[in-house]
Write a protein of this length. Structure first.
Length: 90
């Protein structure tokens, strides 16, 4: 039953959760284009989300930032490396 459900492409993916608002003292400015990493300002080739905030960054950028500072660079929400989750698409 689970395999049949996973292969059913007629169901749309659920919407993403809302992102937490940027903190006034954020460590980086949020680009207008959501496909760009807020840290390096380039298109996210290896996107990853910070679970504690919902913001997406390049995986290498955000892992380094979270290791050094222990928080999301946009919202300043507390985060650990385990809170950084790679995103994959088909």
């Amino acid at each position: 039953e689970d395999a049949a459900f996973r292969n059913d492409k007629s169901l749309p993916p659920p919407p993403p959760p809302p992102r937490t608002a940027p903190h006034p003292r954020a460590r980086c400015a949020v680009p207008r284009d959501p496909a760009l990493c807020p840290l390096c300002k380039r298109r996210c080739a290896q996107p990853a989300v910070v679970r504690t905030s919902g913001w997406v960054f390049c995986h290498p950028c955000v892992v380094d930032e979270v290791r050094r500072n222990g928080r999301c660079p946009v919202t300043l929400a507390s985060a650990e490396e385990r809170d950084v989750v790679r995103l994959f698409s088909e």
